[in-house]
Design a binder for this molecule. Sequence first.
Ligand code: ARG
Length: 461
Amino acid sequence: MAMMWAGRFSKEVDSKVNAFNSSISFDGRMYRHDIMGSIAHAEMLGRCGIISEEDSKTLANELKKVLEDIENGTVELDMNAEDIHMFIEATLTERLGEVGKRLHTARSRNDQVALDIRLYLRDEIGEIKKLVISLAEVLCDIAEKNTDTVMPGYTHLQRAQPITFGHHLMAYAQMLLRDVGRLNDTLKRLNQCPLGSGALAGTTYPIDRDFTAEQLDFDCAVINSLDGVSDRDFCIELSSSISIIMMHLSRFSEEIILWCSWEFKFIELDDAFATGSSIMPQKKNPDIAELVRGKCARVFGDNMTLLTMMKGLPLAYNKDMQEDKEAVFDAVDNVKLCLSTFIPMLKTMSVYKDNMRNAAARGFINATDCADYLVKKGMAFRDAYKITGSLVALCIERKTDLEHLPLEDYKNMCELFDNDIYRAISLDVCVNMRSSKGGPSPESVKEQINFTRECLLQLNQ
Ligand code: ARG
């Protein structure tokens, strides 16, 4: 195929170079956005008298037909084309002859590609947001059923203080709310229209950039044409927002993997969301959670690819920037893949409340409450801490726990202890008393769920 720039060249491009240079295999997915952008551009050219109204209409109508034909399979993307932009223009010109050739007036592929990625990613951000929101909703649903499910809270992966499963889940819900916030922020800066920046220096034609920006639902037109064609900040921001989502999913996955183990057995994944082993018949593996944790790595890599690709580029467009698409698409594809598998995996898992409670009943998880008991009776916290430490040591020596240590031993250690110590350190009391705002008590968790649901409702509007 003769190249579009053949006039300047005396040789056909080497076939290896063509394959090396071509991006249609990965930018072909932007065909719809490319066509939408071209329709807006064609309409603007007509309105501004740069081409005739008639040609403008012919172009817009044929572009709509090309879109239909790609969508219904009549037109297949040609993998020998240089990129999706050239392919659509060539298809149009094949159909319209002279008129087709007028489309690229007052435009360059540099502003065209900048426009297409923004349009494409804007849609994808919408999809990712929906998934993050629905994951947060699922967390609220499960938390609601577990506001009084006592489990150990950990620091250093050592049992620390008793919490509720609902409390634990609502922590993840807050991360997801922030994730949606970050996606919205990314969207704000992405949603500016680069069309009309031309190759780099705008154009001498009397174009109307505000018209195309409005037609394509952008908040405004990009202010500077050099910036318009050379900015990929929005790709970096998006892959970084996605990296944070993946990091959250990965931490959650790590916990799910632990909770599924026989050592914890806090949950069991549904058979449809776990896998077996080829050799060990007893195995039920949390592969999905492991893969999500694993895929986090490639998404971080995508973010680093984009940062590194951009760091040395002089203004304005450089071909290096063609590498933006595979990286940002990979991040987008993988976060969607992970979220859409993670959601039903969570929805269908069984929660073993008794195992959670039993784990919370061991490991002196109520030691802080024992110290607090003495504080409430007037002792300074540091002294109470020390006495409780000695009591724990005594229990370990006697192979018992604080609940079963005789009152006599308590009294020997400190006069302030009385029979009410047993109530003060009972698991349910320990959890119910932790009713400070944001705490694990059933009441606090209910408040957190209500708050989160309200935020989600607003985000859904
Ligand atoms: N396929 C190119 C890209 O993805 C389109 C822009 C080409 N512009 C150019 N001046 N070669 O970046």
